[in-house]
Design a protein around this ligand. Sequence first.
Ligand SMILES: C[S@@+](CC[C@H](N)C(=O)[O-])C[C@H]1O[C@@H](n2cnc3c(N)ncnc32)[C@H](O)[C@@H]1O
Length: 263
Amino acid sequence: MRVERRPVDEVESRSANGPDWDRYADEYQATHGSFLGDAGFVWGPEGLTEEEAGVLGEVADRDVLEVGSGAGQCCRWVRSRGGRAVGLDLSHRQLQHSRRIDDHTGLTVPVVLGTATHLPFADGSFDVVFSSFGALQFVSDIDRAVAESARVLRPGGRYAFSITHPTRWMFPDDPGEQGLTASQPYWDRTPYVEVDDETGEVAYVEHHRTLGDWVSLLAGAGFRITRLVEPEWPEEHDRVWGGWSRTRGLLTPGTAIFAADLG
Ligand SMILES: C[S@@+](CC[C@H](N)C(=O)[O-])C[C@H]1O[C@@H](n2cnc3c(N)ncnc32)[C@H](O)[C@@H]1O
């Protein structure tokens, strides 16, 4: 596998990332499942929970959609609080894990296989749409993904999502000291691409938007931003997750959580 920075469109991003998440799902759940909790809601590697952050607002008796729901941990937390949460994910294998945990916990999350840019729901179906590191940094057509979430929300509905903090794109994705030296321009939106050496095909893609891009995207889709949460790394927290670590987390933000209301 070789790493490149080059433009990748929506079809190519989806064709790469669906199979990639299918391949990675077993390892992902084995590695991070206990940290996430079968019915837990964690916004990112810092361990900030929705219980602590209250980004979604009231979920009891609300219709809630998680875009990029993975194994449904966050949806299960919402359902345990009385919300009618449903999940959507691009990866069949992630959804099989969701079903496995449903059976194990007795807390069932209705899920659908799909993509953030074509939500298979009627206009105005939900009070809350959210993603916890799900979908948004994997799609190329981000205008369409944000517009789709706006479409399925009711007027006044809450949209909330966590992503890799945009400032992290300046640094190598290294949890150690090397990950603290800026080496590429913050403003370079060229996607991060992994290419299969043997086939030459794109195998994985991540897309970058600056903080300013996110403000423009949300405002352009009719949202009013209400919060930007930048979770602090807890002093005693010593877990490494990819490029996230205590070494970097005590100095630079690793996660950004946006909350915005429609209209
Ligand atoms: C880091 S996981 C986050 C899931 C869950 N919140 C968690 O913390 O485990 C990202 C998820 O986004 C899904 N995903 C990637 N691209 C997507 C897309 N275009 N539409 C919907 N889901 C997508 C992946 O399959 C994966 O399950």
